[in-house]
Ligand binder design. Structure first.
Ligand SMILES: Nc1ncnc2c1ncn2[C@@H]1O[C@H](COP(=O)(O)OP(=O)(O)OP(=O)(O)O)[C@@H](O)[C@H]1O
Ligand SMILES: [Mg+2]
Length: 463
């Protein structure tokens, strides 16, 4: 066959296609290109191994027809193969066969009794039961010497969520092959919608539509999250400091030297028997914030304060800011308005006590719901996976620990439960309310860029 195939694939599709583990799962957010990857993979396998046999499954026939069959008709080259709709098979000139099937009921697996395949492929694996999957594993065998694999693609959620998670995700490093107790190899390849430049280019509003889904579905479909739990407030939170290397979304990044010209802020929430919280933030020319330092008055036990006086806190802040002061860098302070309340003592308010030690603050805006929305807007990732706030790994451990733990109040469902360790979150809001932003706008395709705080292009978004 001389005809040339003109197909472009994404980097994760390439990883999926070239993976050699016995069982591979291509899993994650909706739209990452998983099903398309399956189709291209099956095609390449059929062309490479003459006379090979593959089975590609969806749970039900209508799903199969609307997705895989339709897309295969668009991309499979007519010079090399033809589709026989009577038994849903692609027959290749070189003798290879790709069979499309479904398994609506448990007993439907028996349709494949006696058949032998080189590769079995499950699309939307979490729609299948474990019994169906393991039964079909036994159909992958043969004496032709071709590779034998079971390759699946899926979103989290669905009836099979738990067994799929246990089989491929739990205790495994994404992208790393692991050996099972039976000596077979398993691999999980995460897929993100941002990986799919084809979709990002042609339908820029796709992510916006996913954002409107209810919480758990949104986490599963937009972020490809497997750990879905109820009640978390900042479900958009991602902590993958190696993000640049792995192309995973992350709010936590490796610290870097902050340019002297960037604006700096310090936000403060006072506490004595409960922890006090101080965080420092730098803001770049795009208005993106970086939480680069923290002084968290937590005794080591969650939510128990170190009982420092306002003077002692002020002295510590003053000390921590020495280098910046000496470099002539100005830091704007903002704090809980309650620190201006009289304390009854001779020393005046907490704010006054701290001012006498050279540490100044403006009164923060403590509107709880507006502040919470600012945190959401800042954490939101744009089409290229870049949020409006980052946290320095190792420099703001309290924030990185407590922000994702915050849960909703049961009686006040829109607000964060204030009985939690929310002190760092509170001062984060005072800071963000100084420069409120709107919801993230969808970036036009032409506006695409690779992100780096200091212009060093990471390889994160290269497809
Ligand atoms: N390599 C590619 N070249 C051209 N178009 C692609 C490519 N990969 C994916 N697409 C297109 O992007 C869209 C989403 O891809 P696909 O359906 O494979 O994603 P998915 O991860 O299976 O999504 P879901 O989780 O919703 O099943 C489709 O319209 C598909 O045709
Ligand atoms: Mg799909």
């Amino acid at each position: 066959m001389n005809a040339k195939l003109k197909l472009e694939i994404t980097k994760t599709q390439f990883e999926f296609i070239t993976s050699e583990a016995d069982e591979v799962l291509f899993g994650g957010a909706a739209g990452g290109g998983k099903s398309y990857g399956q189709l291209v993979d099956a095609l390449l396998f059929a062309l490479k191994y003459p006379g090979s046999r593959q089975l590609m499954l969806r749970r039900t026939f209508p799903e199969l027809e609307h997705s895989l069959i339709m897309n295969a008709l668009l991309i499979y080259p007519k010079e090399a193969c033809r589709y026989r709709s009577s038994d849903r098979k692609w027959i290749f000139r070189n003798g290879s066969v790709i069979e499309f099937g479904f398994c609506a009921s448990e007993s439907d697996v028996l349709r494949y009794q006696g058949a032998e395949y080189d590769v079995a492929r499950f699309d939307e694996l979490t729609h299948f039961t474990e019994t169906q999957y393991t039964y079909l594993l036994s159909r992958v065998r043969g004496t032709n010497g071709y590779p034998k694999q079971i390759k699946s693609s899926t979103n989290p959620g669905g009836v099979g969520h738990s067994w799929v998670k246990a089989r491929f995700i739990d205790g495994a490093e994404p992208g790393e092959v692991r050996t099972t107790e039976f000596g077979t190899k398993r691999l999980f390849i995460p897929s993100f919608v941002q990986d799919n430049k084809f979709l990002m280019k042609s339908d820029g509003a796709y992510i916006r539509r996913l954002e409107q889904l209810p919480e758990n579905e949104r986490r599963a479909l937009l972020y490809g999250e497997w750990e879905i739990f109820d009640g978390q407030v900042f479900t958009e939170w991602r902590n993958n400091p190696k993000g640049y290397a792995t192309r995973k979304l992350s709010h936590v990044i490796k610290p870097f030297d902050i340019p002297k010209e960037w604006r700096r802020f310090r936000a403060f929430d006072f506490g004595y028997s409960k922890p006090f919280a101080v965080s420092w933030y730098a803001v770049d020319y795009d208005g993106r914030a970086y939480n680069y330092r923290e002084l968290y008055g937590c005794s080591g036990k969650p939510d128990v304060g170190v009982r420092w006086t306002a003077q002692k806190i002020a002295d510590k802040i003053y000390e921590l800011e020495r280098e910046e002061r000496e470099a002539g860098i100005k830091i704007t302070g903002v704090a809980d308005p309650a620190i201006w309340n009289a304390t009854g003592g001779n020393e005046g308010s907490i704010a006054e006590m701290m001012e006498r030690r050279g540490v100044y603050f403006e009164k923060g805006n403590n509107n709880r719901l507006a502040g919470k929305m600012q945190v959401h807007y800042r954490l939101a990732f744009d089409g290229e996976g870049v949020p409006m706030i980052y946290f320095f790994e190792g420099r703001c451990a309290g924030m990185i620990r407590t922000l994702p733990q915050l849960k909703y109040d049961e009686t006040e469902p829109e607000d964060v439960d204030t009985r939690q360790e929310d002190h760092l979150y509170d001062e984060l809001k005072y800071f963000l309310m100084m420069n409120p932003i709107g919801p993230r706008e969808e970036k036009a395709a032409a506006d695409k860029r690779e992100y780096s705080p200091l212009e060093t292009p990471p390889d994160r978004f290269i497809i």
